[in-house]
Design a binder for this molecule. Structure first.
Ligand SMILES: [Zn+2]
Length: 59
């Protein structure tokens, strides 16, 4: 079993200009979070191709 050690991802919520961490979901296949201000949802799938982008933007 592989342990990536990464349990969260930094997201820039462009809707409200807020930077926040979102956490891995229970299935372990995506990071899921919500804008703290307007509650816009963001979901970032964890790539199986080894992509390791640390910074995503929500709209
Ligand atoms: Zn927002």
């Amino acid at each position: 079993m592989k342990e990536t050690g990464k349990k969260f991802l930094g997201i820039m919520f462009e809707c409200c200009n807020i930077y926040r961490r979102v956490y891995i979901n229970k299935e372990g296949n995506a990071y899921e979070g919500r804008c703290p201000k307007c509650f816009a949802e963001v979901k970032v799938r964890i790539g199986t191709d080894g992509s390791d982008t640390r910074f995503f933007r929500a709209r």
